[in-house]
Design a binder for this molecule. Structure first.
Ligand SMILES: Nc1ncnc2c1ncn2[C@@H]1O[C@H](COP(=O)(O)OP(=O)(O)OP(=O)(O)O)[C@@H](O)[C@H]1O
Length: 312
């Protein structure tokens, strides 16, 4: 994500679509990225809240919109359709700003905070359940031949009771093409561990790296600072072997680094067993542990439902 001193549009500004005439009142800035600025808005008609992304570049935003439209119309992913109705991308239009047409799209507002901040505040115990939700989402994408690409903590939002969702589908790539957007630390190429061709193992590698980052950040930082030719799978497996926090997930992580998981659904199932048996124990807040149990059960029910659907 890039930062900017541009304050963006002020709360209260009304964005009205040039073609469809939908009106959205800006409530606050949610964040800025390479492709645009995202605001929390309220629909001026129904009063519902959405996230609205105002693009910098029509072409970059259009490719993001194309991916979202395809994901939504293919209809397999629970993240994009609820009871057959599109539930992520709601409107695409242009906004006339300072004599220029600026493209925007309106999407579901995902409440929560980025994964790394959530874990820092609530404790490592929550990593198991949040990780399972991420793997379930990735499995849905992979089963439709898409690869997420730019998996990083900032693109994973976790709400207070552990509900976890992916945001920023700008890096989603069709299986077999080159990954179009990535972040160095989570990139297989950066660690000399394989190419940047989009395949499910690419996302699982990124997931392993983000796990190491969140649970063993200092060691990853030190390894990433080494000379490029020294970055390797064995450097990463060394971190895993020495880490107490990563121990519950060690075998799973090494398989992900080596591209050995058979498929993402099975990888999610294997992860769920590890998380259930106490992965990432810490002294985290006790009063939250009941909610953690509920969240974990809900993730398992989702996983079981997905397996049942796949086998039907
Ligand atoms: N649907 C959403 N709900 C809530 N917040 C969101 C949503 N989409 C984006 N955000 C916030 O806006 C920020 C920037 O959005 P996004 O990551 O989509 O932009 P980008 O240009 O693709 O960024 P990047 O440079 O990281 O690829 C996110 O980090 C997040 O904080």
């Amino acid at each position: 994500m890039t930062t900017s001193s541009d304050p963006g549009l002020a709360p209260g500004t009304v964005i009205t679509g040039k073609w469809k005439r939908g009106s959205y009142v800006i409530q606050r800035l949610l964040g800025r990225g390479a492709n645009g600025t995202v605001y929390l808005v309220r629909d001026a008609g129904q009063g519902r809240q959405y996230a609205l992304k105002l693009g910098k570049d029509a072409i970059d935003l259009q490719s993001e919109i194309n991916v979202l439209t395809t994901l939504q119309t293919q209809g397999k992913q629970a993240a994009f359709r609820t009871n057959g109705v599109p539930s992520y991308l709601f409107e695409v239009d242009d906004f006339r700003l300072k004599d220029k047409d600026v493209p925007f799209y309106v999407m579901k507002y995902v409440k929560g905070e980025p994964l790394h901040l959530f874990i820092a505040r609530n404790g490592m115990r929550w990593y198991g359940v949040a990780g399972l939700a991420v793997l379930n989402r990735l499995a849905e994408l992979h089963e439709s031949d898409w690869v997420f690409g730019d998996l990083k903590p900032q693109n994973i939002m976790v709400a207070s009771l552990g509900e976890t969702e992916l945001i920023d589908y700008g890096g989603v790539t069709k299986r077999g093409s080159s990954v179009k957007q990535f972040t160095e630390w989570y990139d297989r190429g950066y660690w000399n561990a394989g190419g940047r061709s989009a395949d499910p193992q690419y996302d699982l590698f990124s997931f392993a790296l983000l796990t190491i980052h969140i649970l063993e950040g200092d060691a990853l930082k030190a390894a990433a600072a080494k000379l490029p030719q020294l970055r390797s799978i064995s450097e990463l497996t060394g971190i895993i072997a020495r880490s107490r926090a990563l121990r519950p997930y060690a075998g799973w992580l090494v398989s992900a680094l080596r591209g050995e998981h058979k498929n993402t659904r099975r990888a999610a199932l294997a992860w769920s067993h590890l998380a259930e048996s106490g992965g990432g124990k810490d002294t985290g807040r006790k009063h939250k542990s009941r909610w953690l149990g509920y969240a974990f059960t809900a993730s398992l029910v989702m996983l079981a439902g997905a397996i049942w659907m796949a086998l039907r």
